[in-house]
Design a binder for this molecule. Structure first.
Ligand SMILES: Cc1cc2nc3c(=O)[nH]c(=O)nc-3n(C[C@H](O)[C@H](O)[C@H](O)COP(=O)(O)O)c2cc1C
Length: 400
């Protein structure tokens, strides 16, 4: 499996799939219940059409993007994906390193296997951190304090996991701690020896790096995971808990998973700086709309000054450009970069990032946009059509 031979994200996905036993790959790939959400996300991008403009000088294209007053090399960052270290040892460290090297942000998961302190060493200017609400609020406030102490540059609180979701692939496969090693699982896993050897060498699924210190000293990864599972999800969290995090965190704060305009207004009304419009990659509520479908409503609810990020279903540079045209300021990639980390470690993440960067550059050239400031709804077919209809109606009524 040669990472260099990957020409798109789908190639990296195939390589990741080859490396992982089904029980693990399904954890990455799966949605919930009927997996309608996965299709909703893919279809929403498929149904957006960009209308190109020509004879515009785009010889010196560039894709730098500014969010929270900081300019990054590209308009996308890496979304939080918990347990990435279970797919490839040290995956979070590779994600952090690659983000640092490419100068894009890495939003580390609250359920990461590496610690935020280790991530901050590798990506001191590019590390964001994601928090899940905990039943004992002192954990979430301590995580905020640690984020301040280690120099995390932006924080996100995930709101779309009030309860665990119904992931039927995981239930069918026996994806629990420790993994349920039935005979069919073991036989299938033998086809992926590199992963199996590492799994047994490290004594099972790896440690949740940010939670280790909250368990009794010397706890095993499974004992730490038990503590995490007792604390999260916490269905009793309310806006008050978000407010407490807002008061404890002086930097830029995002809420991840906002889908309703009213929630968007409430969040920004209490001083939240950015909203990640996301349906968790189709992994929470199966019947949610795609973030693309609600983005324009959310933009008009919060106005132009609130940072809007979008994730769920992004697999191409053209998806990123389309989201920006629709009103997002920034985009996050979940599975796309995770496939890279799983398939090839650091070179794999770098490959995923460079594939997306190259595709963005080509799409900008194709549609006649010199930079991201040139993007907007005027590139979308629906807008072009509505504008033409308006013109034609105007022309007809002036002729009458
Ligand atoms: C394996 C996996 C683990 C995830 N873990 C988390 C997590 O710990 N916290 C979180 O807020 N979102 C988590 N997500 C959701 C992602 O942050 C993101 O919203 C989603 O992957 C975007 O969809 P995409 O994978 O189609 O790009 C996870 C997603 C995947 C695929």
């Amino acid at each position: 499996m040669n990472i260099d031979s990957a020409i798109n994200i789908d190639d990296l996905k195939r390589m990741a799939k080859r490396r992982l036993p089904k029980i693990m790959f399904d954890f990455i790939e799966g949605g919930v219940e009927d997996e309608t959400g996965l299709r909703t996300n893919a279809n929403a991008f498929r149904d957006l059409r960009l209308v190109p403009r020509y004879y515009i000088d785009t010889a010196k294209r560039e894709q730098r993007a500014t969010i929270f007053g900081r300019t990054y090399a590209s308009p996308f960052g890496i979304a939080p994906t918990g347990m990435a270290g279970a797919f490839r040892k040290d995956a979070e460290l590779y994600l952090a390193q690659a983000a640092n090297d490419a100068d894009v942000p890495y939003l580390m998961s609250g359920a990461a296997n590496a610690s935020m302190e280790a991530g901050a060493k590798l990506a001191p200017k590019n590390l964001w951190y994601q928090i899940y609400g905990a039943k004992d609020r002192s954990f979430q406030l301590d995580l905020v304090k640690r984020a301040i102490d280690c120099g995390v540059t932006a924080l996100a609180v995930t709101c779309d996991v009030p309860v665990s979701s119904n992931r039927e692939r995981n239930r069918r496969n026996g994806f629990v701690r420790p993994l349920k090693m039935t005979l069919p699982t073991i036989l299938e896993a033998m086809l992926h020896p590199a992963w199996v050897i590492n799994y047994y060498r490290q004594g099972g699924l790896p440690m949740l790096g940010n939670w280790e210190r909250y368990a009794t000293k010397g706890s095993t990864p499974d004992q730490v995971a038990d503590l995490f599972a007792k604390q999260t999800p916490d269905p009793s969290q309310t806006w008050r808990d978000l407010e407490a995090i807002r008061n404890a965190w002086p930097g830029k704060l995002m809420v991840k998973g906002i889908m309703h305009p009213e929630d968007a207004r409430t969040a920004t009304g209490m001083g939240i700086d950015g909203l990640i419009v996301s349906n968790h990659g189709g992994r929470q509520l199966d019947t949610m709309p795609s973030p693309l479908d609600v983005l324009p409503m959310i933009r008009s609810a919060v106005g132009p000054d609130v940072a809007l990020l979008l994730d769920s279903g992004v697999r191409r540079g053209s998806d990123i450009v389309a989201a920006l045209c629709l009103g997002a300021d920034f985009v996050l990639t979940g599975r796309a970069t995770l496939y890279g980390a799983t398939a090839g470690g650091l070179p794999g993440v770098k490959k995923a990032v460079s594939i997306l960067q190259r595709e963005i550059d080509l799409v900008l050239g194709q549609i006649g946009a010199l930079n991201l400031d040139a993007l907007g709804p005027h590139y979308l077919l629906d807008t072009v059509r509505a504008e033409e209809e308006r013109r034609n109606t105007g022309a007809m009524s002036s002729r009458r």
